[in-house]
Design a protein around this ligand. Structure first.
Ligand code: DX5
Ligand code: ZN
Length: 226
């Protein structure tokens, strides 16, 4: 499924009930989310462990949403094919997770899906410059990866703004995704900085009505650029 080029809300299942992931995906869809953000953690690159290709495959069978898979695993290379076969629509790898990030991104593209590059809060955005032509998305982490429910680090939005300026000057328009601490207050800030994909875990699934929260996030974000 090809996502339209506008503002994307990508609920992260990390904050959902893991006993009912399909139900959580359905709520995201009902709220008008276009992508589902899947956080894969290995207990090595990040302290937490979540799930692997089997869960991605199970979700693929239960939702029509675009599966945006955020790999927080090191090294990512041995697992790319399994996640692609499981039905991921994009694989985003961390710049910090491999010395051969260019090769990893090429491999993802060869597998026939979209490739994204992620940078941690402590990593300068400029590291993505050599691979900008090889990705359709740059994920600027707005918290240190590993856990949901953290507060957005404001300096990360300055990175978003600088990256967006750089891309405009070069005539490039990758998706710029923010992930971590996105809620009704920070979503408009992120969009003003230049983000066009908002990942939200706790803000969506911590709420009593996740579908309504997706709609509220979109409204808050859209109002910021009107
Ligand atoms: C953090 C993950 C995020 C997480 C965000 O390592 O990459 O996708 O789900 O959670 P919130 O929205 O709760 O900060
Ligand atoms: Zn994520």
């Amino acid at each position: 499924m090809s996502p339209d080029k506008s503002l994307i809300i990508a609920p992260s299942l990390l904050a959902a009930d893991f006993g009912d992931l399909a139900g959580a995906a359905a709520a995201a869809e009902e709220g008008g989310a276009q992508w589902l953000h899947l956080d894969v953690m290995d207990g090595h690159f990040v302290p937490n462990i979540t799930f692997g290709p089997l869960v991605v495959e199970a979700l693929r069978r239960r939702t029509r949403l675009f599966l945006d898979v955020h790999l927080m695993i090191a090294p990512p290379e041995p697992h790319l094919e399994a996640f692609a076969r499981a039905g991921a629509d994009r694989l985003t790898v961390h710049w910090e997770a491999t010395p051969h990030v260019h090769r990893a991104l090429q491999r993802i593209t060869e597998l026939g899906i979209r490739a994204g590059i992620a940078v941690n809060p402590g990593t300068p955005w400029q590291v993505v410059e050599p691979v900008l032509a090889d990705v359709d998305l740059v994920l600027v982490m707005t918290v240190n990866p590993g856990f949901g429910g953290q507060r957005l680090i404001p300096a990360c939005l300055e990175k978003v703004a600088a990256l967006r300026r750089f891309c405009r000057e070069r005539g490039l328009s990758p998706w710029i995704q923010v992930d971590g601490g996105i809620d009704l207050t920070t979503a408009p800030q992120a969009v003003r900085a230049g983000a066009d994909v908002l990942v939200a875990g706790t803000a969506v699934y911590g709420a009593a009505d996740p579908a309504a929260q997706v709609r509220a996030l979109r409204q808050a974000a859209a109002a910021a650029v009107r």
